[in-house]
Design a protein. Sequence first.
Length: 123
Amino acid sequence: APVVDKDGAVLGMVSEGDLMQAFGREKAQHRAWWLNVLAEGERLAPEFENYLRLDQRRVRDVMTRDVVVVAESASVNEIADLLTKHRIKRVPVVRAGKLVGVVSRADLIRALARSPEEFAEPS
């Protein structure tokens, strides 16, 4: 999902990978290890443990900030090359620096399956 500012400029993207990494088992195990170190064998207050278990991160904490974007005039080939080169599944589309859409791999497959006549501008 794209993250934009109040004017529509792309600030970042949150992907499945970003969320999986932020909320995955490895992070929970690391957090549990630190709790054991802090407690020094003593039981922590249940309220404190519950507070620590609640993930307080915001979108800005997990989003990818170095976002690849394309202009709305980009060709299907250019977009396919970008997705492959950067190993991403979606790319935000911008017009004058503002988000106007997102193109996914599935969108490209659908576009490639269409006949050239379907792309022609109506006269």
